[in-house]
Write a protein that binds this ligand. Structure first.
Ligand code: GLT
Ligand code: MN
Ligand code: MN
Length: 390
């Protein structure tokens, strides 16, 4: 038993992007409030708080205008920092949103030359990720969208996006990179309306791709909450179809701008059900905290932010185990889940004989409606587990 039961567990693969703890606090209304750290310094910080790994966009590591000599130096410093801190790089991604060239999107841009540049930049970024051992490649459609539908066809946008992904899938296969692609949805911001607004949009796209087996999703708490959706249900759908390849954990007040708060800090009840879902279904991929500290924080407080993300996960994991082991809760689950082996066998698979039997089954709707559903009691017990009195 470790001295601190809530210390980050390496087996849970807690990771941070360079852009998260390295965020200098810039927002649309003001410039940076913290000094800019180098990638090696950020790796030191992530190592110090006890995380498992660090992820990057191509340009978080190497500025878009770096010379080959500068790039070589940065890579060597970063490699040393990874080694010193025992960190791995499970995921890499491409910045297809910061540079002015992407002001109208990347893979879905109206300009064929910009689309080609976006694919070329992604191939190079995939090379860089592979150099550091990344096996998951995230695609967040940063500027894939519109302010006005006068500007682009939403049907054409899907076709363009699919074409780019098909091209890049072949590139990964030919290079032997072994990448799994993980698509990340967001409803708006920075664009007025973004394509593939929710995780389910990508789950619908994947079967239409040339290599569906290498493609899954990277849902982010804040992004579904911005749209007022139940994140746990989106993750449930991804898990059920075997497509949860990566996850971005953070928090968000419903209906606000993309806040990227510390995990569990705004909606602890949703965070609890999320952790319970991931743990109950033995999700084995990386758990990335795609969040950043308050703008008021200094780097000492940024470390508290990072520790807090992991600690909250560990605490909620313990609460989920407590919930699963609670006799009263389990008793209620038995009451609400009415079993009938004979009927379940009938409805499991269609046959003419089963249909005939089902039509003849004596199912009395008035009697059925009398079955107890003590959900108030169940939810209150859940809240008591969460509030620490059970
Ligand atoms: C950006 C975005 C995130 C994405 C990152 C990956 S970059 O910070 O807000 O949600 O996951 O491109
Ligand atoms: Mn994210
Ligand atoms: Mn976000």
């Amino acid at each position: 038993m470790p001295s601190d039961a809530f210390a980050p567990d390496k087996k849970l693969k807690f990771t941070f992007g360079l852009w998260t703890v390295g965020n200098p606090g810039r927002d649309p209304f003001g410039g940076p409030v913290r000094e800019t750290l180098t990638p090696a310094q950020i790796a030191d910080l992530i190592g110090e708080v006890g995380a498992y790994g660090v992820n990057f966009h191509d340009n978080d590591l190497i500025p878009i205008d770096a010379t080959p000599e500068q790039a070589a130096q940065i890579k060597s410093d970063f490699r040393k920092a990874l080694k010193n801190n025992g960190l791995v790089v499970p995921m890499a991604t491409t910045n297809l949103f910061s540079d002015p060239v992407f002001k109208d999107g990347a893979f879905t841009s109206n300009n064929a030359q910009v689309r080609a540049y976006a694919v070329q930049k992604t191939m190079r970024a995939m090379d860089l990720g592979a150099e550091f051992g990344a096996k998951i490649y995230v695609f967040w459609g940063g500027r894939e969208g519109v302010e006005s539908d006068a500007t682009k066809s939403p049907v054409e946008a899907i076709k363009r996006f699919r074409e780019s992904i098909n091209f890049l899938s072949e590139y990964s296969i030919e290079q032997g990179y072994g990448y799994k692609f993980a698509f990340e949805a967001k409803p708006n911001e920075p664009r007025g309306h973004m394509y593939f607004a929710v995780t389910g949009s990508y789950l619908a796209l994947i079967p239409t791709l040339d290599h569906p087996e290498m493609c899954g999703v990277n849902p982010e708490v804040a992004h579904e909450h911005m749209a007022g959706l139940n994140f746990v249900h989106q993750v449930g759908a991804a898990l059920e179809s075997g497509k949860l390849f990566h996850i971005d954990l953070n928090d968000q007040e419903f209906g606000r701008y993309d806040q990227d708060f510390r995990f569990g800090s705004a909606n602890p009840k949703h965070a609890f059900f999320l952790v319970k879902l991931l743990e109950d279904h033995k999700y084995a991929g990386p758990r990335q905290f795609d969040a950043h500290a308050y703008r008021q924080s200094d780097y000492q407080d940024v470390k508290e932010f990072a520790r807090g993300c992991m600690r909250t996960y560990m605490i909620l994991k313990e609460k989920a185990a407590r919930w699963n082991a609670d006799k009263e809760i389990q008793g209620l689950l038995n009451v609400i889940n009415v079993q009938d082996a004979a009927l379940s066998k009938l409805t499991k698979k269609y046959s003419s004989a089963n249909a005939k039997k089902l039509l003849a089954a004596p199912l009395d709707r008035v009697e059925l409606a009398k079955a107890r559903l003590p959900y108030e009691q169940l939810d209150q017990l859940t809240m008591e587990v969460l509030m620490g009195v059970r």
